[in-house]
Design a protein around this ligand. Structure first.
Ligand code: ADP
Ligand code: MG
Length: 596
């Protein structure tokens, strides 16, 4: 077979997987010989034979491995539940124990990937070597590395590991949405729930917040239905059935559930379910909706959490991802949560794969990006406190343009402020390109009181001029940035933009950590000082609570753990409220005493 530069896109899902490629400019998912575009993520080991997908589903239960994605890059302490014996390798990573041999989760995943690669090669009639593979947003380094290794074991060069919500947003064509659109990606698959809020500015993705539950999905609904069916038909409880019986029942309930997305009523019929006894009953959509309500409420809590974390009250678009979002009651619930009718223009169980395909197409050059003229190709901004990138002019702003913002001093009696002018799409200043640097002087003032206005303007020729004004004295510093702000090559723009997509989630956690660290560094000395002043008047419980909260903050600072630090800072803030009130009271007393 001839070699080529195709890059296939793969959604390696917990329950189902899919593959596709950009062909003649169109992103397509590729079907197997039976016409299925979605393959169950199941592998069966039968002696020397390895089967995958639907063929594996038909093999005896003992030889099958399902949901192997849950084990990828995981160690003993990460795993709460697995229904088979597990071993651990020398580094502590989980290994699956099969009847005759031991296999790693990467090897099992590689079998799924090999099958997908083969589907692509059969359909394209040429060899395929390169791929983009998606992973959940919350996957850590070890899980991403394991996914990449699985790809390599399958004979694929993994060009990118892409986060699932970003992929879905690409598939829904949201990268070209209006400026600063806020998007919620609601993903309910077979075994996991993920909710992410993204912001898209000029084709660049920023992740504002994410949350999820790794043990919540369509499988739980199947189980609830199975229990209902057993209750109605007076068979044994699920736990008392033989494995083959319970699997037969679960499969039937999964089918019934899927049919209930289209029909008001379904019949479940399992002849000779137990000896001579047949199992037969009818399920209605109404009773199914009732059963899954607690699950929907669980997802609702996480959605509210993520909106709070992202500091948003409304969003512009909600997109649905994952097979379980085909359920009508779920769609209605999501609409109620966000006050927006979800966008259902894509197949929810294909969106992630399609996004991976599009990203593959962009990387291979199969998707020609529109080149916009007379716009800023990349965002321009300055570095602010803590090394964060503060964008003044977003990418794709039409030139000429002008934008400004007010900055203040971080320290008392500071006389000078260094301004680094940056270009790029990453959240941290260090990951962007520096166009220039200069310093502005201003009159000394207490912390947070000096005012320096910074204005960027880009003229018709793309020349960037930066003006900094001390608002107290009215003194201006004007600097022309010679390195071109507009004149970057398409390749440079491409690599910056795809980096921002690739690192969106890492960038978010780094930003969350930096913001929490800045807060912690302000809070810790303030708490020390308050303790010195009114500590003696606090009761023992409260003192203990405060010092415990302080320790948490210090420890999570040391551990570099963004979410833990954010939470710890909130706890410390909260636990010192009473003390803060006492301080204020004390200060008031002092004032009243001074006034004659
Ligand atoms: P994952 O991301 O976990 O690999 P999918 O997004 O493919 O999986 O979702 C699989 C889940 O979606 C399964 O629980 C399946 O039963 C469920 N599902 C698929 N189609 C429907 C449907 N029409 N109605 C309800 N649930 C469905
Ligand atoms: Mg999925």
């Amino acid at each position: 077979m001839a070699m080529n530069n195709d890059i296939i896109g793969i959604d390696l899902g917990t329950t189902n997987s899919a593959v596709g490629v950009v062909d003649s400019g169109f992103p397509l998912l590729l079907a197997d010989q039976e016409g299925h575009r979605i393959q169950p993520s199941v592998v069966a080991y039968m002696g020397d034979d390895v089967l995958t997908g639907r063929a594996a589903e038909r093999c005896p239960a003992e030889s099958r491995v399902r949901s192997v994605k849950r084990l990828l890059g995981r160690k003993r302490q990460d795993l709460t539940h697995w229904d088979r014996p597990l071993n651990y390798d020398a580094n502590g990573f989980a290994m699956l124990q099969l009847s005759e041999k031991e296999v790693s989760p990467e090897e099992v995943s590689a079998e799924i990937l090999k099958a997908l690669k083969k589907i692509a090669e059969d359909r394209l009639e040429r060899a395929v070597e390169r791929a983009v593979i998606t992973v959940p947003a919350y996957f850590n380094d070890a899980q991403r590395a394991a996914t990449k290794r699985a790809g390599e074991l399958a004979g694929l060069k993994v060009e990118r590991i892409l986060s699932e919500p970003t992929a879905a947003a690409l598939a829904y064509g949201l990268s070209s949405m209006g400026d600063a659109s806020k998007i919620a990606v609601y993903d309910l698959g077979g075994g996991t729930f993920d909710i992410s809020v993204l912001e898209i500015k000029g084709g660049v993705f920023h992740v504002l917040a994410t949350a999820g539950d790794t043990a919540l999905g369509g499988d739980d609904m199947d189980e609830l239905l199975a229990q209902r069916v057993l209750g109605k038909t007076q068979f044994d409880s699920l736990a008392d059935l033989e494995i083959s019986q319970s699997q037969r029942l679960m499969k039937a309930c999964q089918q019934a559930k899927e049919q209930l997305s289209d029909f008001e009523e379904v019949d479940v019929k399992l002849p000779f379910f137990s000896g001579e006894r047949h199992l037969e009953c009818t399920l209605t959509r109404g009773e199914f909706n009732e059963l899954i309500r607690p699950l929907l409420i669980k997802t609702e809590k996480l959605c509210r959490q993520v909106m709070l974390d992202a500091d948003l009250e409304t969003i512009d678009t909600v997109i649905l991802v994952g097979g379980s979002t085909r359920i009508p009651a779920l769609r209605a619930h999501v609409e109620a949560i966000f006050g927006k009718t979800p966008d259902t223009s894509q197949h929810p169980d294909e969106a992630v794969a399609l996004g991976a395909v599009i990203q593959g197409g962009i990387l291979s050059g199969a998707v020609q990006k529109m080149v916009l003229l007379d716009v800023t190709p990349l965002s321009l901004g300055v570095e602010t406190f803590g090394g964060l990138m503060n964008v003044l002019i977003p990418r794709n702003t039409t030139i000429p343009c002008k934008a400004g913002e007010m900055f203040t001093n971080a320290e008392t009696n500071q006389r000078k402020m260094a301004l680094r002018v940056l270009q790029g799409e990453r959240e941290m200043a260090k990951d962007n390109w520096q166009l220039g640097q200069f310093s502005v002087e201003f009159q000394s003032a207490p912390k947070g009181q000096a005012r320096v206005g910074v204005q960027f303007s880009i003229d018709e020729n793309g020349i960037l001029e930066v003006l900094a004004r001390d608002t107290v004295t009215g003194e201006d510093t004007v600097v022309e940035i010679t390195s071109a702000a507009v004149d970057v090559t398409d390749d440079q723009v491409e690599s910056m933009v795809s980096e921002s997509v690739e690192y969106a989630f890492e960038d978010m956690s780094e930003r969350v950590f930096t913001e929490a660290r800045l807060k912690a560094e302000e809070l810790l000395p303030a708490v020390e000082e308050a303790l010195a002043q009114v500590g003696a008047e606090l009761d023992a419980d409260m003192l203990r609570e405060i010092s415990q909260a302080k320790r948490e903050v210090e420890e999570s600072l040391g551990r570099n753990d963004a979410n833990a630090l954010k939470a710890a800072v909130q706890v410390l803030d909260h636990s010192t409220e009473v003390m803060a009130a006492m301080l204020v009271e004390k200060a008031m007393e002092a004032i009243t005493m001074e006034t004659p």
